[in-house]
Design a binder for this molecule. Structure first.
Ligand code: PLP
Length: 401
């Protein structure tokens, strides 16, 4: 084999594969909580870090290692640690690094629980924060004029699909001394490579596209080996947010089809966005690769496709949005995304209920906003379903226009 780097589709199937001496085809789930030693001296040498030997699955496990290596190769990262959920990943990335007196700058348009960590948790540990409008570089510049320990951003954001100019913000953040954490869930490792744009740490919810079939929860943190070994690993080892071995195995198998699924879902999402944009019941459609997205140029620069999520705003507010969602026959109402099944969410009353009306208004999450995660069904069936549901909502949506 040549030394040419393997392409993502190959890495997704083969990266990190570590067969046991039985030469099994599929990755083995090493469903064991612990490991044994040949003798007491080997246990001592292991705990003194003189030899490498698995100790306990809270710190490490061969199945977790396979998934960590696969994700490192895919992302171009030096090291990875896995967590039980995406939120555990964001929490561990932040709290392992931050200490009393530190300052954090974050884009306001974050996943609801990420927003909660910044707004409600950090202060309890004496860590200050400032939110900025992620699309506005002037705000980033002003916020990062003071020393900052960490920047947290999400692009595209949930649910409004706002983008952050990752390269420009990384430059500003590094001048302020900050470590940049990018929550890359919406783009997946296939559509956007934040490390190449200067980001330091990447977090994922593996629950979304990586499993992608609604089975398990999981999270991942990728970054420099020194930071992972010295800052993150002691935190994970001693606080215990580790990923379950079985879940790591499910996600390994999910990754084998990630590229096929994400490519197909992006194609369908783009077609669905174009269909929705023509409908009178809809005030606006947000999809990063469409010409009417306010940041299309940036999307084309830093992403290779527009993603699997479309955001739409119905005329007629909550009533029209609920009528539309309730009329769907194929597309499910659920708060998940990145699944092979298409799903709609009403953020104002679910995922973004707790951030409050004032914060929602700042983010543009009106009561007419519906988030659509496009799945793997035939796109013609999805469009038929959406058309029928828009017809049902039309009396409310058109009257309100
Ligand atoms: C879902 C999600 C998370 C949280 O992941 P869980 O696996 O549900 O804990 C974090 N960030 C973003 C952008 C998400 O979409």
């Amino acid at each position: 084999m040549s030394d040419r780097p393997l392409r993502p589709a190959t890495l997704l199937v083969r990266g990190g594969l570590n067969r046991s001496n039985h030469a099994e085809t599929a990755e083995v789930p090493f469903l064991t909580s612990g490991f044994v030693y040949d003798d007491a001296a080997q246990a001592e040498a292991t705990f003194e870090n003189r030899i490498t030997h698995y100790q306990y699955s809270r710190f490490g496990n061969p199945t977790l290692t396979m998934l960590e290596e696969r994700l490192c190769m895919l992302e171009g990262a030096e090291a990875c640690r896995l967590t039980a959920t995406g939120m555990a990943a964001v929490h561990a990335a932040m709290l392992s690094h931050l200490k009393v007196g530190d300052h954090v700058v974050a884009s306001r348009a974050l996943f609801g629980s990420c927003h909660w960590i910044v707004a409600n948790l950090l202060g309890r540990y004496g860590i200050t924060h400032q939110f900025v409008d992620g699309a506005d570089l002037v705000q980033w510049q002003a916020a990062l004029a003071r020393p900052t320990a960490m920047v947290l951003l999400e692009s595209p954001s949930n649910p409004m699909l706002d983008l952050v100019d990752i390269r420009a913000v990384c430059d500003l953040a590094h001048q302020a001394g900050a470590l940049v954490v990018v929550d890359n869930v919406f783009a997946t490792p296939l559509l956007q490579r934040p490390l190449e744009m200067g980001a330091d740490i990447i977090t994922y919810s593996c629950t979304k596209h990586m499993d992608g079939q609604g089975r398990v929860l999981g999270g991942a943190i990728l970054g420099p080996k020194k930071w992972v070994d010295e800052v993150l690993q002691p935190f994970i080892r001693n606080t215990g947010p580790s990923m379950a071995v079985f879940n790591a195995w499910v996600i390994l198998k999910g990754l084998e089809t990630l590229k096929l699924r994400v490519d197909a879902m992006c194609r369908s999402a783009a077609a669905v966005a174009d269909f929705l944009a023509e409908r009178a019941e809809i005030k606006r459609v947000l999809y990063p690769f469409r010409a009417d997205h306010p940041q299309q140029a940036l999307a084309l620069k830093q992403m290779t496709a527009g993603g699997t999520v479309v955001c739409l705003e119905l005329n007629g507010g909550k009533e029209a949005a609920f009528r539309f969602m309730d009329a769907l026959r194929i597309i499910d109402i659920s708060n998940n995304l990145g699944d092979s099944k298409s799903m709609v969410t009403h953020p104002a009353t679910t995922t973004h209920l707790r951030i409050g009306a004032e914060e929602r208004a700042k983010l543009g999450i009106s009561d007419g906003v519906v988030r659509l995660s496009v799945g793997l069904e035939d796109v013609a069936d999805l469009i038929d379903d959406l058309a029928m549901a828009l017809d049902a909502a039309a009396p409310l949506a058109i009257a309100a226009e």
